[in-house]
Every structure is written in structure tokens, then in C-alpha cells.
Write a protein that binds this ligand. Structure first.
Ligand code: 8YV
Length: 318
């Protein structure tokens, strides 16, 4: 069962394999819960997306045939891993292939936020561009700055690599343990507290776990510099959005750029969208044609390998 029309590259692999009797929720919209429960019944394999919550109820609805779940994402916080493990189901996911695209988007969002690009575009359109004014639309630059990356995994490292050539002076990072790869970017492993206090740019690139859920809250924002910029391209739930709104509207921090929110999509009347100093994107980190194409190929190949009991190109170690 495929919960959404995935890019053609992946669909072709599934169709050409001649191995599966495909049932696809043929839409660009998420499959409604009732249809998911119905569609998955008796399936041997499941292809899903981030927006599909795969919990015990879905696994029970699938029944004992289900051997493999292949998600079109690197993140797997939508999967009830304990329940999946208990049932001996294998999981495929899509690491590495989206690292460059997501790191690129993070840099784009960071620059758009610190140099106030959306505000500038808006001013040009609405006639706010009058004469040249010395401090009009001034922002903060990367050159000479301190950048702090929370979570120096594949994507965090790719972000840091791209930011260094902008003239970043210090590159701080935090996580469960120091990373040897950090040498390459002269990264300094520091406690979270130090990172938050000393960074001009705080970039969140960690996965969503019980430890990171709500990590960026009132206390966190309270420690940031008043001139600092907050960027999140990982998962919305790492942030307490009410606390972020408060920090942005009170001037506790300078600005924020978010590619991820809770919920997604963010309602159009959400308070964060009333703020000029908050740039919100609709979760497009991996959205390049080639990346989504390769992600869908990998998702299909993981599924087929799982169905035949062979080695998957990228299996999640449960
Ligand atoms: C995906 C993501 O674009 O892979 C992930 O975990 O967050 C994004 O790259 C998207 O969620 C597709 O499922």
C-alpha cells in the first residue's frame, strides 16, 4: 500500500519489478485515517510519508503480513518504532540523498532571515521603497559571526561546511557526543548552554526525540543574544512556538527562520505569521526535483529489498 502518489522514478521501479500488487492512495493530499486503516489491511509492504502516523492501530489494521515499511523521509518520528520492532517489521528510510538539498535550503533560509529578504521583496511590491535610508532594512551578516549548530549529524555538518566560507569566525556545535568530523570545519564541541549564549546564529538540525522535544523554550530563548537569529529546519516540535512568539515579539531575539512548524501546515492565522521578523517556509528542505526523485527511487528499492528479505540499500537499525 502506497499512502500517496510518490515521484514517478519510484513508482516506475515498483511497477517494473512485477513483484507487487500495488494499491496507491492516488492523490497529492494525505490519506485520511479511515482509508489508511482500510488500505493497509493485509499489505506485505507499506510506503508512507512523514504526514502518515504509523502507530499500533495502523500496524494492527495491517495484520501479520506486513514485513516492511519504507518511508520517503530521513526522519522517522512519525513511526511508532517500538511497536514496529515488536512485530519484527523492517524499516527503510532515505538518509544521505537529501543532505545537500536540506543544507542548501537551511543556508537560504538563514540568509533570507538575517538579511530580511521577504520584507525587502514586500517593500518593493507595496511601494515602501522610497529614497535610500541609512538603516532601512538593515540586518545581521554572517561574516565574523559565531554560528552554533544543534545536532552535527549528516545535515548539520553539511550546513556548517556551507556556512564556513561566509567568514564565520567560530563554529560551535552540541549533541550527544563530540564528532571527529567536526575537525574539518574547526567545530568546537560545547555544552548547549554555551552554544545558546554565545552564538549569533543558532541553527537547529537535530532529530526529534523525547530529549529534544520542546528543547527551544522560554529559558532557551532567554539565554540567546538580543541580536541573535534562530533557524530550525529539523522538526517543529523541537520548539515551543508560544515561547518563540514571545521571544520574537518582545525583542528577546532578533529573528527566526523556520522550515518546520507544529502543526504542518501552519494555520494562516497563526500568531507567528503576523511577525515581520519570522520567516516561515512550508517544509521544503528536500524539495528539489532531483532529490525527491532519488528519494522516491530509494524508497521503492528499500521496499522491494524488504519484501524479498534481502539487504536494503538504507535500512533503519531498530
Ligand atoms: C521530506 C523530511 O521532504 O525527510 C525528512 O525527514 O523532513 C523532508 O525531507 C518530507 O518530509 C517528505 O516526506
Amino acid at each position: 500500500f502506497v499512502t500517496r502518489r510518490i515521484p514517478q522514478e519510484g513508482m516506475q521501479i515498483l511497477q517494473n519489478s512485477g513483484m507487487c500488487n500495488l494499491s496507491v492512495w492516488d492523490s497529492d493530499e494525505p490519506v485520511p485515517r479511515a482509508e489508511l486503516l482500510q488500505g493497509v489491511a493485509g499489505a506485505h509492504g507499506l510506503i508512507c510519508l512523514l504526514s502518515d502516523k504509523i502507530d499500533a492501530e495502523v500496524l494492527d489494521a495491517a495484520g501479520p503480513n506486513l514485513k516492511v515499511i519504507s518511508t520517503l523521509s530521513v526522519g522517522f518520528d512519525h513511526l511508532a518504532i517500538d511497536e514496529i520492532k515488536k512485530r519484527g517489521i523492517r524499516v527503510g528510510y532515505t538518509p544521505d540523498v537529501l543532505t545537500d538539498a536540506t543544507a542548501e535550503l537551511t543556508v537560504a533560509l538563514l540568509l533570507a532571515t538575517c538579511r530580511r529578504l521577504p520584507e525587502g521583496v514586500e517593500e518593493v511590491k507595496n511601494g515602501g521603497w522610497s529614497t535610500w535610508k541609512p538603516l532601512w532594512l538593515c540586518g545581521y551578516g554572517l561574516s565574523g559571526s559565531t554560528v552554533g549548530v544543534i545536532g552535527l549529524g549528516r545535515i548539520g555538518l553539511a550546513i556548517a561546511r556551507r556556512l564556513k566560507p561566509f567568514g564565520v569566525k567560530r563554529l560551535l556545535y552540541t549533541g550527544r557526543q563530540p564528532k571527529p568530523q567536526a575537525q574539518e570545519i574547526d567545530g568546537e564541541y560545547v555544552p548547549l548552554d554555551t552554544l545558546v549564549r554565545e552564538s549569533d546564529f543558532v541553527v537547529v538540525s537535530c532529530s526529534l526525540t523525547p530529549d529534544t522535544q520542546g528543547l527551544c523554550d522560554k529559558t532557551f530563548f532567554g539565554k540567546m543574544k538580543k541580536t541573535a537569529i534562530f533557524i530550525n529546519t529539523s522538526r517543529g516540535a523541537v520548539v515551543n512556538q508560544e515561547d518563540l512568539f514571545e521571544a520574537l515579539s518582545s525583542g528577546q531575539i532578533a529573528a527566526a527562520g523556520l522550515d518546520v512548524t507544529t502543526p504542518e501546515p501552519l494555520p494562516t492565522d497563526h500568531p507567528l505569521l503576523t511577525l515581520k521578523n519570522c520567516v516561515v517556509l512550508p517544509h521544503i528542505g528536500s524539495a528539489t526535483y532531483s532529490t525527491r526523485g532519488v528519494m522516491s527511487e530509494l524508497t521503492a528499492n528499500n521496499l522491494l529489498a524488504g519484501l524479498t528479505g534481502s539487504e536494503m540499500p538504507t535500512e533503519l537499525k531498530l
